[in-house]
Design a protein around this ligand. Structure first.
Ligand code: ATP
Length: 198
């Protein structure tokens, strides 16, 4: 069984995916894959420097993802460019991860793919079930305030597929406006429903 989980920035995708991993789901994180692909002197590293210039590098010549995101979330064309460099290779890596997990697994593998752009890309074809995590903007802003300024969160939210569109693809919706206990209850309920124990 392969679950795809998505939602807007800071909605709680990773938190929910980690709750699934407590219930023996193997987690594949598209952001971690993307990060790993940007290592110094990798093919993607070189492609990104050609596309965006040395201004995306930090003092140690590593790609500074914050700088990169500041560039692309201020320019739609650049965001499209970044996506055109990253999407296909991320999906290829997700497929590889799925194969590795399936090989190791006795019986049916239980996998959760945490992918912000699940529905915007062909990654959605990999999932049997789609979960959308929703969270009100005010709570996202509060929860991410240590990492991002409000203005940046709003820019990213505006660049993403609107929640109402995401919800059209959802088999399950998780409401992450309350505490973590209530989040876990919803996760357990979904697992019961998926695994037929209800
Ligand atoms: P991103 O889009 O940045 O990858 P995300 O959708 O994966 O984010 P998380 O990283 O899971 O979201 O959550 C964002 C922040 O909110 C984290 O610091 C997380 O610990 C916190 N958080 C998530 N859910 C809750 C909750 N129900 N109550 C309080 N804090 C929460």
């Amino acid at each position: 069984m392969i679950i795809g989980i998505t939602g807007s920035i800071g909605s709680g995708k990773t938190t929910v995916a980690k709750l699934f991993s407590r219930h023996h789901y193997s987690r594949i994180d598209a952001d971690e894959i993307s990060h790993g692909l940007m290592g110094k002197n990798s093919v993607i590293y070189k492609k990104l420097i050609i596309a965006f210039g040395n201004e995306i590098l930090d003092a140690n010549k590593n790609i500074d993802r914050r700088r990169l995101s500041n560039i692309v979330f201020n320019d739609d064309k650049k965001l499209k460019k970044l996506n055109s460099v990253m999407h296909q290779i991320i999906i290829k890596n997700i497929k590889n991860e799925i194969s590795k997990i399936k090989k190791k697994c006795v019986g049916n593998a239980k996998i959760i793919i945490d992918a912000p752009l699940l529905l915007e890309t062909k990654a959605k074809n990999l999932a049997d079930t789609v979960i959308v995590v929703k969270c009100d903007k005010k709570n996202v802003i509060k929860r991410l305030s240590r990492i991002y300024a409000r203005e940046k969160i709003e820019k990213i939210l505006n660049a993403q597929m609107p929640l109402r569109e995401k919800l059209k693809h959802a088999d399950f919706v998780v409401d992450n406006n309350k505490d973590l206990k209530r989040l876990e209850k919803q996760v357990v309920k979904i697992i019961r429903s998926l695994e037929g124990n209800e």
